[in-house]
Structures are given as structure tokens and as C-alpha cells.
Design a protein around this ligand. Structure first.
Ligand code: SF4
Length: 255
């Protein structure tokens, strides 16, 4: 496989005045700008050697990446993912730490009941709907799947409150399957870098699955999420400290 030499990274990247100004624009305007900036465009295609290099660097920096949603078994992972829609992992963890001490199985969740469940998760957005879904999915896991979280995409997606992303996270983290869950971070990184440009999360998911070598697929989802969350930030990507800044195709990268 062709060896890729990394260019030296300058210590300090000057921030153009225009970009500094963008960082203080109103959130709505900034979000629009960020979306525009990540719109699929035409990139110089990545070679397999370059893609291998990207994931080798992620692996070298963090060989065993972990998701940040706290859970103690596949059922609590499923519940945590359902609760995490439009919420931060930190916010979900704050609520579920106490919840999972009293309800870490579908039966215990049903015994807890919707009203008391609401009290545990009321700091999470859309908690009323989510509480209803968690009770309904617990009942379904018990009645249709013998109390065990099902292992197929179709079955997981049949549970109340669970969609494609939930199924991908559960299949990957609980059952070690090579799925690619696309959240806002993975969507942005896939588009900006040019690794898998796409207009929808599904486009990006399928694009990433197509180009990422199998040897990296177990952890690729977490590497990309962590990269988007801590380095390739939506409003002000930290290109100067980015591990893959010499390979990234984003025309607006700052190095
Ligand atoms: S160089 Fe910048 S835009 Fe490209 S992946 Fe790194 S942080 Fe993101």
C-alpha cells in the first residue's frame, strides 16, 4: 500500500478576521452558515491508501474508542440512545445514572411506570414523549423478544422511539456489528472531509460504509463522532491540531 507522508503542521494558524467575526454571529445564522459550509461539493476523490491512512491515525491516537453514553447492558444502551435524540450525551448520563440503578431491565422499567420515569428524565428535552416510548419499548421487548434487546435492524427499528440511528448504535456497541450511525458530528465530518459527501444521514452512512476498510469499521463510528465533537467543531473547526488536516478536502480548512 502506498505510504503517505504527513506534511508538518504549523504551530499557530492565523484566524482570518472574517472567521473570528462568524464565531460571534447569532446561533441561528451560524448554524445556517455551518450547514452551507458542509453542503456536498465536488472533492478530489480519496484514494484507498489515503483513507487507510486516516483511520490508521485515528486508531493510533485512540485504539479503543468508547461511546460516551453510559449504560450497563444492551437494554440500558437502547434506552440511553432513545433518550439522546436532540439531547447531549452528558445531559442523558446525568439523568440515567440514577434511573439505571432502579431500572436496568424491561420489567423493572415497567414496574417503575411512566410517571416515575418522567421524574428521572425530566431534565432531558421531549421527556414526556420519551418516557412514553421507553415504557412502550420495554413492554414490546418483553412481549415480543423475551425480554432481550433484539439483534436485527428491522426488529430494533420496530421498537417505539427507535429509528435507524438507534439501531446502528445498538448493533455496533452492544453486538459488535460493523454499522455506521450518523449523528450530527459524523454527518458534518463525512461532508467536510469529503470522505462521504451526502445530503442526508443515510447518504453519508452508506458512503462511509462503502469507503472505510472493514478492519476499521468496528470503531469508525466512534472515531468520527469524537473527531467531530472535539476537533472538527461545527462553528470553528480546530484544523491546526487536526490529525488529518493534510488529507482533509475541505476548501475552508484553516491550515
Ligand atoms: S482539517 Fe479542519 S475541517 Fe478538515 S477534518 Fe480537520 S478539523 Fe475538520
Amino acid at each position: 500500500m502506498a505510504k503517505i507522508t504527513r506534511k508538518p503542521v504549523p504551530r499557530k494558524a492565523p484566524v482570518p478576521k472574517k472567521k473570528a467575526k462568524a464565531a460571534v454571529t447569532k446561533p441561528k445564522a451560524a448554524a445556517k452558515k455551518s450547514l452551507k459550509a458542509t453542503k456536498p461539493t465536488s472533492f478530489k476523490p480519496w484514494t484507498p491508501a489515503e483513507i487507510h491512512e486516516v483511520f490508521s491515525r485515528f486508531r493510533a491516537a485512540n485504539p479503543e474508542p468508547k461511546g460516551e453514553l453510559e449504560h450497563v447492558n444492551p437494554f440500558t444502551l437502547l434506552v440511553a440512545v432513545v433518550l439522546s435524540a436532540q439531547a447531549t450525551d452528558a445531559g442523558v448520563n446525568k439523568a440515567t445514572r440514577a434511573l439505571f440503578e432502579v431500572a436496568d431491565t424491561p420489567q423493572k422499567m415497567l414496574d417503575l411506570g411512566e410517571e416515575r420515569l418522567r421524574d428521572y428524565i425530566k431534565t432531558i428535552g421531549l421527556y414526556r414523549t420519551k418516557a412514553r416510548n421507553v415504557i412502550a419499548l420495554s413492554a414490546k421487548v418483553l412481549s415480543d423478544f423475551g425480554g432481550e434487546v433484539p439483534r436485527t435492524r428491522a426488529e430494533i427499528e420496530s421498537l417505539p422511539g427507535a429509528g435507524r440511528k438507534t439501531a446502528n448504535v445498538v448493533l455496533n456497541m452492544a453486538f459488535g456489528e460493523h454499522t455506521m450511525a450518523v449523528d450530527t458530528h459524523v454527518f458534518r465530518v463525512g461532508n467536510r472531509t469529503g470522505l462521504a459527501p451526502g445530503k442526508t444521514p443515510l447518504d453519508v452512512e452508506l458512503g462511509l460504509e462503502k469507503v472505510i476498510p472493514a478492519e476499521f469499521m468496528l470503531h469508525a463510528h466512534h472515531w468520527l463522532i469524537l473527531h467531530g465533537r472535539y476537533t472538527c467543531l461545527a462553528r470553528k473547526p480546530r484544523c491546526e491540531v487536526c490529525l488529518i488536516n493534510d488529507l482533509c478536502r475541505w476548501p475552508e480548512k484553516t491550515v
